[in-house]
Design a protein around this ligand. Structure first.
Ligand code: MBD
Ligand code: FE
Length: 311
């Protein structure tokens, strides 16, 4: 069957009616987007000759996606969040904005409200037998290379099971375990004393993994650490580092890996003096370079619903 009804007046009128294009009321932008997305869907149904069974399977899937609370997870897994980064990178090039630590996706697991410390923060609240100590430190500078004082570096990552506090299905972690925020001093340095994370995997029975299974894709990320870096006179940076050596570094289901964001992991001793649980520890130096405001404005602030809690 290759029925094509998309271009008919009946369907075109239906699309306009569904998006309420004939009215002056409502949000013009929402109407424009609804009309376009619905049109693209209708056209795809025609072109691919999608069956009613396929359409209802899709509708049912959306219900499960919402029930599982996984829409933002699916957005990462389908590359939608990466696509937004590709667009922001292109926008920067177009505006002649160069330099700065590369951005990469935020992901769905940030929690606002971590306690803010001066210079150094210890992130591990809960013991984790399977995770060795890790120090992540660096200097926040501008593109001029000068240290940025009073920058706030936020950091969040998973435990040795690949679970994040607040989203841990086992309920095992305290609030803000492996999450923290540090304000830089005059030298621009920050330091997080924490434990080595393990890569995240999608909930095995969730809607995201269900679709990935159908596509014969896995739902795993390499071990990684997320950052926000903000400062009054610079644009907000959203980024991550991957843990060097993880076999999934170039096979991330969320496509967040960038060559510049895989710093070396160095074996060190002297952890006892730093208050770490073992004397032997690993260290990652990750310097963060922030870009200037654009005409006095931070054009990198993304509004998305985020969980917040009080420490
Ligand atoms: C994560 O930890 C993550 O960073 C992303 C992008 C998606 C799912 C889990
Ligand atoms: Fe993550």
């Amino acid at each position: 069957m290759s029925i094509k009804v998309f271009d008919s007046k009946e369907v075109q009128d239906l699309l306009k009616a569904a998006a309420n294009l004939g009215s002056q009321d409502g949000s013009a932008r929402a109407k424009e987007i609804t009309h376009r997305l619905l049109s693209d869907l209708f056209k795809a149904i025609d072109d691919l000759d999608m069956t009613p069974d396929e359409i209802w399977a899709g509708v049912t899937y959306l219900n499960k996606l919402g029930q599982d609370g996984e829409a933002a997870l699916l957005a990462a897994g389908l590359g939608l969040e990466k696509f937004l980064d590709i667009r922001m990178d292109a926008e920067d090039r177009e505006a002649d904005i160069h330099g700065g630590t590369p951005r990469t996706i935020e992901g769905p697991l940030y929690v606002a409200g971590a306690p803010l410390r001066d210079g150094v923060a210890k992130l591990d609240v809960d013991p984790d037998e399977d995770a060795g100590p890790l120090v992540i430190r660096g200097t926040v500078t501008g593109t001029d290379g000068k240290p940025v004082a009073n920058a706030v570096v936020e950091c969040w990552h998973a435990n040795s099971k690949g679970f994040y506090s607040h989203f841990d299905p086992t309920g095992a972690q305290s609030d803000f375990n492996l999450r923290g925020a540090v304000k830089t001093g005059a030298d621009g340095t920050y330091e997080f004393r924490t434990l080595m994370p393990v890569g995240y995997g999608c909930p095995p029975h969730g809607a995201t993994q269900q679709l990935l299974n159908t596509l014969a894709r896995h739902g795993n990320r390499p071990a990684h650490v997320h950052f926000f870096a903000t400062s009054e006179n610079h644009r907000k940076l959203t980024t991550q580092i991957n843990i060097e050596g993880d076999p999934l570094i170039w096979d991330d289901f969320a496509y967040a890996t960038r060559e510049e964001l895989v710093p070396h992991v160095v074996e060190k001793t002297g952890g006892a003096a730093l208050g770490l649980k073992d004397d032997a520890y690993r260290e990652i130096v990750f310097d963060i370079q922030l870009t200037p405001l654009v005409q006095g404005k931070d054009n990198q602030i993304v509004h998305r619903p985020r969980v917040s809690a009080t420490a």
